[in-house]
Design a protein around this ligand. Sequence first.
Ligand code: GDP
Ligand code: MG
Length: 169
Amino acid sequence: GSSTIQFKIVLLGESAVGKSSLVWRFCQDQFSETIESTVGATFIHRVMDLGEYSIKLQIWDTAGQERYHSLTPMYYRGAKGVIITYDVTNNDSYEKAKDWVNEIRTQGTPNAKIVLVANKIDLEDHQVDQMEAMKYAESNDLLFFECSAKTGEGVKDVFFGLSKALPVK
Ligand code: GDP
Ligand code: MG
């Protein structure tokens, strides 16, 4: 029989960019303005049907440790996919996202697939330039998606895009 390959996926990004909301939207198709920061204290499994084959994602969200700068490499150890999110209305969160990219490249799983996610596109007053982020992603070999956990726009693409890029061999 064939078994479904499982991949550890972690979410990274500054506090309040919408990491937990993204997972919530993707797994429950719901959005809450007052999501518990502890919602993602552990991981959620999702089987991804990619047509030719299926894989299983073990999706890790933080319990908010990033707020206290206390996320350790233990968290992303073994992760084959990393979703690094920023809030398009917050330039600091974009700078922090780039720091995470560097950290994963130097201390994360070698060849981990990294997805850069521009969240909260439903809001106005974007601070982060879309073209700049796209160019940064392209030149750093990252997948790039824009989405809104609030409206749901683009959220599935993040998880399917990453899933298709994972090495099943
Ligand atoms: P986390 O700290 O990165 O896990 O962020 P949360 O998922 O807890 O979200 C932080 C805040 O941003 C919450 O008030 C969410 O309701 C809000 N939020 C998350 N995603 C979106 C989005 O796409 N659009 C808007 N307008 N608000 C969002
Ligand atoms: Mg959270």
